[in-house]
Ligand binder design. Sequence first.
Ligand code: UD1
Ligand code: CA
Length: 436
Amino acid sequence: MNQELSIVILAAGKGSRMKSPKAKVLHTISGKPMLYHSIKASLKLTDDVIVIVAHQKDAVIESMQAEFDNITFVTQDTENFPGTGGAVMGIDPRYEKVLVLNGDMPLITADELSGFVESNSDIVMSIFNLEDPSGYGRVVIDKHGVQRIVEQKDATPEELSITYVNAGIYSFKSEVLKKYIPLLSNDNAQSEYYLTDVIALAKADGINIEPLEVDEEHFKGVNSKIDLASAEEIMQERIRNKWMAEGVVMQLPRTIYIEVSVQFEGECLLENGVRVCGNSKIINSHIKAHSVVEDSVMDNSDVGPMGHLRPLSNLKDTHIGNFVEVKKSTLDGVKAGHLSYIGDAEVGSGSNIGAGVITCNYDGKKKYKTIIGKNVFVGSDTQIIAPCTIEDDVMVAAGTTLTSDYVKSGVLILSRAKIKTVENFFYKFFTKEKSC
Ligand code: UD1
Ligand code: CA
């Protein structure tokens, strides 16, 4: 924690280049809103994190309050003071130094941010040199150092050819920032108050501005859905590398998607095409090719190929085979090898769920539970009409439509339509001769 530092995150903009009804900072990277990632990194450095909001303010505040409880929100007057300069007008940082970052930089880490804090300069600004600088503000640097930042829309053709760009993070001595904010004007192509104009104003007063060269991998701004996809790839590679370093085995890792809040423990194996989401916890387990695990726990279990654990599934010592979907169910020592739906259920150890078994948990209005005890053999193609409790040591015959609410221990239960054979029907129906 650096008690000298406040962090301001700009998250009030519309993000029109995203072409979306959703606020830009709420678009997700690896399962969490973009803004979540920059707040998370900021809270590692300070307890004074100020988030500037305006566009879809309520949705942004609600979503961040669900994750963090120690953030200050400040509303920007976007009507009268639009732009990144307008965004910082209402701030009251607690500490001597203030780090300002754009809310659309989800790849930033606390380590990278701390580079700005170590310097003693009045202003430190982030720059990178890009082959294709389009979209970014260009940084005019001469032999006397950084002169100013010119936004793409205001740049002359000569300025447009500059490849040094403003990455969008600045650290200011708080008093320096407070001095220049009131001097910003909106006399530019977008009629906005640009925070970036502080640089030219400060330079004119001889204030020391230190450029800090950073890399695009951490400082990339997300403005479009193409940027969102490439930021996602970078974040995924980080998440996968972190878990492989912790001992998770991944086959064809680039085909695997793991969200940021997933946890692994022990020896886990993920085959190609696996997707693990939400608050899943995977312990000593094997997730086979093209399976999806959402908000679920797997302990000493295997799923797939092409298995689906939907939220709140809890598996222990369990085998789930191909095309099996499990939802909000607890399975302890169970085998369900093929083509089943197990929803709102509890299944005890030694039980076997045959191919094509369905827990019919929904009557069109409400959901009901299925409770299956230990050592129950549920034959293939059985439909269990919930609510239903099956005690231990029961055999349900294949093809049964189980309408009983309660099945007691030790029985065979079955429902079968009587089978009927109609001699020579095939030949008459198709008017064919018998082949032999
Ligand atoms: C900004 C910089 C540009 C830099 C780029 C780096 C300015 C004027 N330009 O451009 O020099 O190269 O970032 O990524 O600062 N925001 C508000 N209120 C507003 C407008 C924006 O809070 O009125 C927030 C947005 O939500 C966003 C951030 O500020 O998180 C940056 O805004 P954006 O419109 O993306 O700026 P850029 O055009 O990318
Ligand atoms: Ca941006």
